[in-house]
Ligand binder design. Structure first.
Ligand code: DP6
Length: 344
């Protein structure tokens, strides 16, 4: 049994998949059915402190000041149980977490959240800080979280335990603009939605087969810094993922009318010669990849659309890391110079 001070603090950044993961592998334990490749984003950061304390009778967590309950709390407690099993720590933990995401971003934070939690909890419990152990720990909670441990361009192979880096943060300077169209609750969480898609969409098997091919194209385009090929394949990945969901019974539809209107505008701007490509996750917001020299102009155009409530401009981001002290945890920086919120 461990005694004495047991505190860990860590930060991790959100990532957006260029090649999408949608579907669980038969290998179980939340391994993925398809390979995915993401870009870690600067600016969208989660900072978390974990403290094991003998006075607690149950794990507790606060996210942005609010007590976490229900299914989200069960997922946090499950991760803490795995850390306890691996370390010999027996005490319950108090988790304090803050998403330094610009307001109204409407972005899912489970990737940065579980990556920061895995790192902070392992540090607090004196468990392994080996990248594979941590990646595996986070992946079991949320597969995309395994990718948030690493900076730059990151892949998670189908059936893999943890993610690996394809290229570092400075490999290719790209800009990812997040056009927020409609904040609001999701129709269905991604975990449940992908299980439902696999069970009821007649297109699911085709998606899994095709996702492997599209992943290889995206990986090669990243390595070669081929923007045109990357954006074409990235759009195939996201549209085919959503098409598979549309075909589920009942359908899973994350898009809003505003989503389609933004996509139509993007098509017109591309025809005018602006280099861009889009991707969409389990929500209505449109993420637009462009080259840095076009980011400011494209951001202004997006802000000018009636459907867009705010635009976040992000660049490739760093790996998750342990924070040395409380001061570092508290140093608030809701936006970095690379992630500019332009609220209308
Ligand atoms: C559409 O990683 O949130 O963003 O493993 O069930 O927690 P769980 O799912 P999650 O799904 C991410 C789905 C996606 C695509 C992606 O990020 O690859």
């Amino acid at each position: 049994m461990r005694t004495g001070e047991a505190v860990g603090r860590a930060e991790a950044y959100a990532n957006i998949a260029l090649a999408k993961y949608w579907g669980k592998s038969a290998a179980g334990e939340n391994r993925t059915a398809v390979p995915s490749l993401s870009l870690t984003l600067d600016g969208l950061r989660t900072r978390t402190e974990v403290r094991f304390d003998e006075r607690l009778t149950t794990d507790e967590a606060r996210l942005d000041g609010a007590l976490v309950a229900g299914r989200p709390m069960e997922r946090i407690a499950a991760l803490l149980d795995r850390v306890r099993a691996a370390s010999g720590e027996t005490r319950r933990a108090r988790v304090t977490s803050r998403n330094e995401f610009p307001t109204a971003a409407g972005l899912a934070s489970s990737a940065s959240g579980f990556a920061a939690l895995a790192l902070a909890a392992s540090r607090a419990a004196g468990a392994s800080l080996d990248a594979r152990f941590l990646g595996d720990l986070a992946r079991r909670s949320s597969a995309s979280a395994a990718r948030s441990f690493l900076g730059g361009f990151v892949e998670l192979e189908a059936d893999a335990d943890s993610a690996t880096q394809v290229a570092p943060q400075d490999h290719w300077d790209l800009a990812m603009l997040v056009a927020v169209v409609a904040p609001g609750p999701k129709p269905m969480g991604s975990t449940q939605a992908m299980i439902h898609t696999a069970q009821s969409s007649p297109y699911y098997d085709a998606w899994v087969a095709d996702a492997r091919r599209v992943f290889r194209r995206i990986r090669q385009a990243v390595v070669e810094r081929n923007f045109e090929e990357l954006t074409r394949a990235m759009e195939h990945s996201t549209l085919r993922m959503h098409a598979t969901m549309f075909a589920a019974d009942p359908p899973v539809l994350y898009w809003k009318g505003a989503t389609v209107q933004v996509l139509e505008q993007l098509r017109r701007w591309r025809e005018e010669g602006l280099p861009l490509g889009f991707t969409l996750d389990a929500g209505p917001n449109v993420k637009v990849l462009t080259l840095p020299e076009h980011a400011a102009a494209l951001s202004r155009r997006l802000q000018g659309l009636a459907e867009v409530t705010s635009v976040l401009e992000c660049r490739p981001g760093p790996a998750a890391r342990i924070l040395a002290n409380e001061g570092e945890l508290e140093a608030a920086a809701p936006t970095t110079e690379w992630c500019v919120e332009a609220a209308r």
